[in-house]
Ligand binder design. Structure first.
Ligand code: F3S
Length: 66
């Protein structure tokens, strides 16, 4: 199962991830993206997640297979 997170060292708050996958990502009080715990483990790679990964200019979204 894919596991998704945002690398806080790379995220610059472009918020493209929220445009493409608003049900996976959230923004913290400073405008940086994170994935809430309940959304981290995905059943499968979905199109919204794939687009979010592809459109993050900082390549900050990390998807790994468990
Ligand atoms: Fe950050 Fe990339 Fe989203 S820079 S806010 S993870 S589009």
């Amino acid at each position: 199962m894919p596991h998704v997170r945002v690398d806080p060292g790379k995220c610059q708050g472009h918020a493209r991830c929220l445009v493409f996958a608003p049900e996976i990502f959230d923004l913290d009080d400073e405008g940086y993206s994170f994935v809430p715990e309940e959304h981290r483990h995905r059943e499968q790679m979905t199109e919204d997640l794939r687009l979010a990964v592809a459109n993050c200019p900082e390549r900050a979204i990390v998807v790994k297979e468990d």
